[in-house]
Design a protein around this ligand. Structure first.
Ligand code: ZN
Length: 104
């Protein structure tokens, strides 16, 4: 069977950078309003090896870079989106696999 799902060209539009990040020390927080107007607070992380500031989606664990003015629009757009649901599924599967592997 052709491995068409793994073609980098097909994956490109949805591919997200996988950041390795650590929590800022001291902890800093920012927030945004979700679609219902509720305030969502999130911790600010920095990418390991750079000073890039990131926020993490609580639902699926993806990191999003903060914009220049510390705007969280990347995360706000992502929050509750189809992509978020898919990422969560993928992450849950990975966790399950890791858990199963650790029992071998
Ligand atoms: Zn998400």
């Amino acid at each position: 069977m052709p491995l068409i799902h793994y073609s980098p060209i097909l994956l490109m539009p949805r591919a997200r950078t996988r950041y390795i990040a650590v929590l800022k020390n001291p902890v800093e927080q920012t927030f945004f309003q979700d679609k219902t107007g509720a305030l969502i607070y999130c911790n600010i992380y920095t990418e390991v090896g750079t000073d890039k500031e990131l926020v993490q989606c609580e639902v699926c664990d993806l990191y999003f870079p903060l914009q220049g003015d510390r705007s969280t629009s990347n995360l706000r757009i992502h929050w509750g989106s189809l992509e978020c649901g898919k990422e969560k599924e993928r992450r849950d599967k990975e966790k399950l696999n890791a858990c199963l592997l650790s029992k071998i």
